[in-house]
Design a protein around this ligand. Structure first.
Ligand code: PLP
Length: 403
């Protein structure tokens, strides 16, 4: 079977050059009930959400992304991602303003930095997204104020990264860091690259999904110039992989920028092994490594989109063995209150002893791994060459502000 990708259905009265201009997509975004009602047949639950919830949560979708959703079926997976629903207003079972504890002072050394792991930080350079996903973990914070971070907050963030020498990696996030202008992004990348201890920069963006025309030649040139920069995309459903997205990803990968995808398992959107495999295989074919498959965070008003951990484990177990390891994302849960990430993998071990371990593999084959004589274990002759580096990395934990 040949994998095929379709163009998004551009409205007939729209000029292609306008449609393919990302700034037009941002300017022409659907924001109000009237905007959405002019394109979608709104259900009563959706209408109520606009009427009662508009001050609570932001709503926005690019015309491009809206065109991927069904105009009629309220249960359509992509529609569930972008369309507000009455259920967002119900009191959920575990509702947290800040499910990952990102606003806790200890994790939040400056207003724009989140520092939870010793060697890497999030740098939130904007509050704006071009689509407000209904399941967003920062639902209460995105869309609020700033398009680009204020001067003093920017300088505080940069000063923190500079003085915290244990930081190896800076993850640009927000909001969506690719909603800022090329000039602003170039400045951020340039300033980060001038800090010697910053080795890796990541850009976490949903623009390749919701406005793939954002990945212009100019943008790709800017990112390439500041290598190594990893682009972390956020495709959740195979229907998001349009011909436009394919071309955007090609441009990025052809320029040597590695791309990884982080998906979130969502109720009635993608929580079936058939959908996850379809998404993951297509991503891999496009040279995008499926990296994380997240359990949805218990952010306020997201209960109706969350799945159970059991549902996620079932999907992972079904996929195991059938899907290339390259295409298999890591199932991960972010521990509420900023506990960090936990990984799951299917349990194949049936017995543990000092001599070895017994397994029943994914297709039922039973076998044993027998340990060599433990007294024969030696450490590599030259490990001391790397010991300073390793100790420095470990010591950077002390630069974290733990209560
Ligand atoms: C997820 C996350 C990271 C990145 O974790 P990786 O496992 O390296 O992808 C870094 N900082 C914070 C606060 C995070 O939530």
């Amino acid at each position: 079977m040949k994998l095929e990708f379709q163009s998004a259905p551009r409205p007939a009265d729209l000029d292609l050059s306008q449609w393919m201009d990302w700034t037009w997509q941002l300017r022409a975004s659907l924001k109000t009930k009237a905007d959405f009602a002019s394109y979608f047949e709104l259900s009563s639950e959706e209408t109520h959400a606009f009427e009662k919830g508009s001050e609570i949560f932001n709503v926005r979708a690019t015309p491009y992304y809206a065109s991927l959703a069904s105009q009629k079926a309220a249960q359509d997976p992509i529609r569930r991602i972008l369309m507000p629903h009455e259920k967002e207003l119900f009191d959920p079972s575990q509702s947290q303003l800040d499910p990952l504890g990102e606003r806790k002072a200890s994790n939040h050394p400056t207003s724009r930095i989140v520092h939870r792991y010793s060697d890497r930080v999030l740098f939130l350079i904007t509050d704006i997204c071009s689509v407000y996903c209904r399941y967003c973990t920062r639902k209460h914070f995105t869309g609020s104020d700033q398009a680009f971070v204020k001067k003093n907050e920017y300088e505080d963030a940069l000063a923190y990264i500079k003085k915290t020498t244990g930081i190896r990696e800076v993850i640009l996030s927000g909001g969506d860091p690719l909603t800022v202008s090329d000039g602003q992004l170039e400045r951020v990348l340039h300033d980060l690259r001038s800090i010697d201890h910053v080795e890796i920069i990541r850009i976490g963006s949903r623009m390749p999904v919701v406005a793939p025309m954002r990945m212009t030649d100019d943008l790709v040139r800017i990112i390439k110039k500041h290598k190594p920069v990893f682009l972390m995309t956020h495709f959740n459903h195979p229907r998001e992989l349009t011909q436009e997205a394919v071309e955007a990803l090609d441009r990025v990968v052809d320029n040597g920028i590695p791309v990884m995808n982080q998906m979130v398992l969502l109720n009635g959107v993608n929580n079936h092994a058939a959908i996850v495999q379809a998404l993951s295989r297509r991503l891999l074919f496009l040279r995008v490594k499926p990296y994380y498959m997240f359990q949805c965070d218990p952010s306020i008003g997201t209960d109706y989109l969350r799945t159970t951990i059991e549902d996620s484990l079932e999907i992972q177990k079904e996929l195991w063995g059938h899907l290339s390891g390259l295409a298999m994302p890591n199932l991960s849960v972010d521990i509420p209150n900023g506990g960090g990430k936990v990984y799951y993998s299917p349990q194949f071990e049936t017995e543990v002893s000092a001599q070895g371990r017994k397994f029943t593999g994914w297709d039922g084959v039973q076998a044993e791994y027998i340990n060599p004589d433990p007294t024969s274990i030696i450490k590599p002759l030259d490990y001391e060459l790397y010991l300073d580096e390793w100790n420095h990395l470990r010591a950077s934990k002390n630069q974290l502000n733990r209560e």
